[in-house]
Ligand binder design. Sequence first.
Ligand code: CA
Length: 225
Amino acid sequence: MRLLLVEDDPDLAQSTKRALESQGWTVDWTARGEPVPHSIRQDPYDLVILDIGLAGIDGFETLRRLRAQGSTTPVLMLTARDAVEDRVRGLEGGADDYLVKPFAVIELVARVRVLTRRAQARSDNALCLGGLRMDLEARRVFVGEQALEVSAREWSVLEFLLGRVGKVVSKEQILQSIAGWDESLSENAIEVYVSRLRAKLEPAGLRIRTVRGFGYLLEVSEAAP
Ligand code: CA
């Protein structure tokens, strides 16, 4: 999952970013609202966490611009304590939920889970294909009853591929979905993760096919048991 955090308090932003990253999520941070509509068009975000009080345009205006360009990306607004009008205004403006500052990390994580789950409408919170089951809640991968060991990066790549079964995805798309702005990750690294996953997925009857010049295609192998 890839999240965009819009928060102008650097300390709060850093601690929030760390907390979300510890869940295995990719988090990009910006202190200002102006670049958000453009970022949402460029990158596939699952959720925007949007503070109301920002330098420059505020969270309400950022939200308005987002929705005006047709974006349906879920937005969780961060509001000050007791600011009931702000909450109402945010929800009326197209926010999906709000969280009152100061908030507990555990509550933030829970809200993020609910909102992204709702958006992706994934039944029983798992992605399945062939003999493979990816439990998004427990963050575990199973082949039949057998748990499969995957690294955090392999998990991200697998989640991306499983969300696009039967479609050819480019290395660039995978890279964009799993790397944050502050990370330098090369297309070679993607090749490494894909080749490791390939070996691990074989027993589940799944194949990651290389489509020369384009990218990868995840499919059920014909030799599947
Ligand atoms: Ca603020």
